[in-house]
Design a binder for this molecule. Sequence first.
Ligand code: ADP
Ligand code: MG
Length: 691
Amino acid sequence: MRNLADVPVTDLKGVGPKNAERLARLGIGSVQDLLFHLPVRYQDRTRVVPIGSLRVGQQAVVEGEVELSEVRFGRRRSLLVRIADGSGGITLRFFHFSAAQKANLARGCQLRCFGEVRRGPNGYELIHPEIQYMADDAALQSDGRLTPIYPTTEGMHQLTWRDLTERSLALLGDGGLEELLPREVRRELGLSPLSDAVRLLHRPPADQSARLLSEQGHPAQRRLALEELLAHQLSLRMLRRQQRRRGAPAMHGDGHLRRALSASLPFALTGAQQRVLDELLADLARPHPALRLVQGDVGSGKTVVAALAALNAVEAGYQVALMAPTELLAEQHHANFVGWFDPIGVEVGWLSGRSKGRRRQAILDRLADGSLHVIVGTHALFQDDVAFDRLGLVVVDEQHRFGVHQRLALREKGAAGQVPHQLVMTATPIPRTLAMTAYADLDLSVIDELPPGRKPVSTVVINDQRRDQVVERVALACREGRQAYWVCTLIEESDALQAEAAEVTANALGEALDGIRIGLVHGRLKPREKEAVMLAFKAGDIDLLVATTVIEVGVDVPNASLMVIENAERLGLSQLHQLRGRVGRGAQQSHCVLLYHPPLGGVAQERLAVMRETGDGFEIARRDLEIRGPGEVLGTRQTGEMQFRIADLLRDQDLVPQVQQLADRLIREHPESVTPLMRRWIGERARYASV
Ligand code: ADP
Ligand code: MG
């Protein structure tokens, strides 16, 4: 028996170069791939429905005798065929037909038809139904199975799919699909053999629920989803193990820098911050590279925790790199770190894509000779010519923008034979099940407590026809000494257009608001200009800061207590949550006004309602996942990471805990099944494991 993973689809009759190419477009190369290409839904064509009992919209099989067949020349030429079965009659309508087809539908023919019932000018109709002649017997017999409908691509008809899967199933036999889940595991979990599940899903017996199958909730579907999720989990685990096997500096700082910073902070760490810091310090003390994800809602105080961990590395004589996804966020971190570290005598360097020439070289030299201990920057830190003397810790402020690979790239910059510890911070929380899957290569810490005294931001959603009233409200707030943000959004990604729009808004607001000091910040400003504006805002020399979404992350001005977001309907939930997180940081009650431009689409309406209802980042993340799906939430849809053939992270999230246990168990008790599982489900994409 040949393993169907090794049998190319071109071995199947009916797969020539054209179909092979179409299949390849769907990632189908082998017969096994074809068998894992499962129907999206099913139709029950096994029961013949009396014509008299049909309802509009119903998809049904009917049988009847042709009473009348005529061509009508109306607006469109059509062939109308009237059939009846004693319980009633119905019209079949064809717009495209040949003379031969017409001749074959003559009075007296016995037909079986499948189609959707529509209302026509003279009673019910089936438009272009599928037809079988009851005279040619064999095809006629219903095989007692539900009819599968496959996801398809241009040029591949359902009949072709049915034909190809039929041929594949014929090859399946007993061992065509290797059983990779150990027998005892299958027995305990009550999982059917893989071949049975696949056979059932392609040709379900009519006694199975078409609805359950179409909702992808059938045990056979869940069994395949489980296996696929398991393979994914295993690949990330293997990656993690591979990484952990390497050496890393065990860092035991003496604590003098951490004590100095703690003493200078105007606050004490929250319990959650302290707990997560302890977890980080324990990681850093081990001689194997830590890989830890720190999650915490906007404003939960992740930065200071990272700073304290960084100081531990510096105390132990190692270098630290902190990387952020955008220039502005990196600048904020740089400013924060300088503010904290300068007074205690720890220098902080800066490296971004804009660092050029002699200044860049000076930084590179000092990283290479080890005289600079802390560096903050953007992706520029990944570049090949950036070399470290004793890099011990990498902190990535991720915001879902870095993929697994990028995450790993900085790790290769450790001292000879050693891998730096790595700490990833996410700016927006991810639901736990999703985090456990997407970040299965990382340990998870959650800062699940906000600093004391934070008040929820009261949020209103307002039609932009009332923009003038909102402007008035901003004026009032500013005159009372409060500070405000006015955020301009634009669909275009272009920095230039966004900058222009923000400029126009700033000018208009300047004219409308007498005596109010207005600042402007957008992505086109030079870093130094941006910094100057932000500093002025922080110092209270600017009342109203007009900004593009560049202030989405990291910006921290506690006295700002009002935020207006224009065209809020254009932004996603996590972006809105990030933006709103810029207010509500000080003692006074904060407000957020979400201005929208009508008409408001359904999804946008839903998003804005979520924003009005809750300020809890984890809840918002959960709703976001429901609205957008995992690929979008994780930002991996484009990269192809986390794409599943059968599993659906949202639908199958309840499987995740089981998948995790199973992954542990397989690695422990059945290590021989690990590689084949990864190869089957991740295949060429097994890059996680190959890193
Ligand atoms: P995020 O987790 O969103 O990155 P930040 O690290 O920017 O949050 O912290 C938000 C604000 O809260 C900053 O002004 C920070 O100084 C302050 N902060 C952090 N920890 C505490 C604490 N334990 N008590 C009071 N304020 C804190
Ligand atoms: Mg932050």
